[in-house]
Design a protein around this ligand. Structure first.
Ligand code: NAD
Length: 256
């Protein structure tokens, strides 16, 4: 039912978590892939898994915090620009608001917001006449901050929403742009965070209670593939009239 045959998708943060799960769902649906991440060995692993579905997969080691590297990536893609763009890469680095310095703030913004801006700009320039789909990834944190020490992250992730809706309005005739808002998803990143925080007995300090699960209507974290399946729907023609939407995949967290 859901086919991406003949389509080419660029996915950032594809070495891990939600990005990897999305790459695999898209490959299963027949899309050729351009996978972007900092982590080259993780990219290689995703590529090998995706190739099992018989699609073509290129990997690109790019530091998305550097515009110069983003520009170089799109130069490489000239003539074979993707028609689906998933801006998924992001970092949830905790730091108390009073301890955020300029360097830290800029890095977080560069990765979580600026890179999304520049990636979208390249994509829209290439696809504004031919058409395409953008999916940007925000977070429940942007709408209902629940973890202490993520003010910088929250600001960036709400910026992603405004940016996406502006693109949806200005280029809607040809490009559908939507936002996915993941809740707590059990990715490598989140597992690492949980482990580190528990090891440092820091869980309460960063404001996530051990009872986080109890706040969830479904009583559990989500799995990366549960987000990837929504990505697939949004990327496909099944979602042909969905534009400028902000879609939580959070098991109901925002409704509590
Ligand atoms: P993850 O840490 O498992 O994977 C993120 C990937 O982004 C990694 O492979 C990492 O190498 C890559 N990345 C980080 N900085 C980069 C850079 N400068 N250049 C290129 N690649 C870079 O994360 P995840 O949990 O899968 O999260 C994916 C997205 O979903 C993020 O934007 C995150 O903010 C968002 N999100 C996640 C959750 C969750 O619970 N997992 C909740 C809400 C939002």
């Amino acid at each position: 039912l859901v086919s991406l045959k003949g389509r080419r998708a660029l996915i950032t943060g594809a070495a891990s978590g939600i990005g990897r799960a999305t790459a695999l769902r898209f490959a299963e649906a027949g899309a050729d892939l351009e996978l972007v991440d900092l982590n080259e060995s993780g990219l290689e692993e995703t590529k090998a898994l995706a190739e099992e579905f018989g699609v073509s997969v290129n990997i690109h080691r790019v530091d998305l915090s550097r515009k110069i590297e983003i520009d170089a990536l799109w130069k490489e893609l000239e003539g074979i620009e993707p028609d689906i763009l998933v801006n998924n890469a992001g970092v949830y680095w905790f730091r108390d608001f009073t301890e955020v310095d300029e360097g830290f703030y800029e890095k977080v913004m560069e990765i979580n917001l600026h890179s999304v801006f520049w990636m979208c700009q390249h994509f829209v320039r290439a696809r504004k006449d031919k058409g395409g789909v953008i999916i940007n990834v925000s977070s429940i944190e942007a709408f209902l901050p629940f973890a202490k020490g993520l003010a910088h992250y929250d600001a960036a992730k709400l910026g992603v929403v405004a940016l996406t809706r502006a693109i949806a309005r200005d280029y809607g005739k040809k490009i559908r742009a939507n936002v996915i808002v993941p809740g707590g998803i059990e990715t490598e990143g989140v597992k690492r965070l949980k482990k580190e925080a528990i090891m440092k007995f820091d869980m309460e300090k960063i404001g996530i209670s051990f009872n986080f699960n109890a706040r969830l209507p479904m009583g559990r974290f989500g799995q990366p593939d549960e987000v990837a399946r929504v990505m697939l729907f949004l990327a496909s023609d099944l979602a042909s009239y969905i534009n400028g939407a902000v879609i939580p995949v959070d098991g109901g967290f925002l409704s509590t």
